[in-house]
Design a protein around this ligand. Structure first.
Ligand code: FAD
Length: 302
């Protein structure tokens, strides 16, 4: 990866204004207890003034109403820009367009546009709805026809598991950006070299849009390993070794998790990366710590 080191931001000293842009991803809570944690975490992270907070969309649109409600409420209660995730799974174009118009009417102007996965998981081939958007690029084009949205799309440091090869995967990413997306956000990954290689491949293919690393703090190694397996991200052996035997030792687990995430983020900073997307899983502690390492303090403006 070629980096302009002349004016890049560096690790920040306490109190300095951050040169970084961060966004935080949440999922729509299912129960009252989960909703309480959602708002507690939003309450802690909102004062950092992220570029946006995004709310995921359950497989097959299963969280349609909840995603819309949370996105609207985040915006109303914090004033922070909220982004709604949206997928094409199991819906006609008209149905998806109706959801988009609902976002538009609610003043939501940021969308994370995704294909989504079949109900059986990423291991199964994706069959688009006969009257539906065919893939994320098709969805981005549809969004552009409806309104002037800020659109993020997905990118894959380890290649999308269903892509036959890297050329196909980068072509697909380019199609999504050429259709009108503003940026790509990566799937979780734990080896920064994979991310740097993705950037090199994308730039070589003429992609100039930002490709923001998606950082997954490891609140629970067991849970994150399960998520990684389901989305086709790998867990390097060195990472597994770091958490080995810590199942019954939450304190050490939390310290190791914090060190692992800090190492990943600061290596990116040292390589000139200035935008980050954090997968919060509706928890704030590790993300707060990482934002602090980037120089964020409550009410510091990005
Ligand atoms: P696409 O970019 O459409 O492509 C996926 C695969 O299909 C690629 O392999 C591509 O090469 C292939 N492909 C696409 N078009 C064609 C074509 N015309 N011919 C042949 N092959 C083609 N999932 C959810 O359900 N809800 C969420 O809220 C959600 N949020 C996410 C947020 C981020 C930042 C990321 C990285 C992923 C998220 N996902 C979410 C997961 C996502 O839905 C899956 O990774 C899905 O498998 C692919 O989605 P995509 O948008 O990348 O698909």
């Amino acid at each position: 990866m070629t980096i302009d080191t002349a004016n890049r931001p560096s690790r920040k000293a306490a109190g300095e204004r951050p040169d970084f842009l961060v966004s935080f991803e949440f999922f729509p809570p299912k129960t009252d207890a989960m909703e309480e944690r959602f708002w507690e975490s939003i309450g802690k992270l909102a004062p950092l003034h992220p570029r946006f907070v995004s709310v995921t969309y359950g497989a097959g649109g299963s969280t349609r109403e909840r995603t819309l409600r949370m996105v609207k409420e985040v915006k109303a209660q914090t004033g922070i820009d909220a982004a709604a995730h949206l997928t094409c799974v199991g819906a006609t174009r008209d149905e998806v367009d109706a959801v988009v118009r609902g976002y538009q009417a609610a003043g939501v102007s940021r969308i994370v546009a995704l294909r989504g996965d079949p109900a059986e998981g990423i291991g199964q081939p994706f069959t688009p709805h006969p009257q539906g958007y065919q893939n994320a690029a098709d969805l981005v084009a549809g969004l552009r026809r409806i309104g002037d949205f800020d659109i993020s799309v997905a990118a894959y440091p380890e290649k999308h598991p269903q892509s036959p090869n890297w050329a196909a995967d980068i072509d697909n990413l380019k199609r999504k950006l050429d259709a009108g997306a503003t940026r790509a956000v990566t799937q979780m990954y734990f080896n920064n070299d994979d991310y740097f290689r993705l950037i090199d491949r994308a730039r070589a293919a003429g992609i100039t849009a930002p490709i923001v690393p998606g950082i997954q703090p490891i609140h629970s190694f067991k849970q994150i390993s399960g998520f990684a397996a389901r989305c086709g991200a790998s867990i390097p052996a060195w990472l597994e070794e770091r958490f080995m035997g810590l199942e019954e030792d939450p304190e050490t687990h939390a310290l190791v998790a914090s060190a692992v995430a800090a190492e990943q983020v600061l290596e990116l900073v040292d390589n000139g990366i200035t935008e980050f997307h954090f997968y919060t899983l509706n928890r704030s502690n590790l993300v707060l710590a990482l934002a602090r390492l980037l120089g964020y303090r409550p009410d510091s403006r990005a």
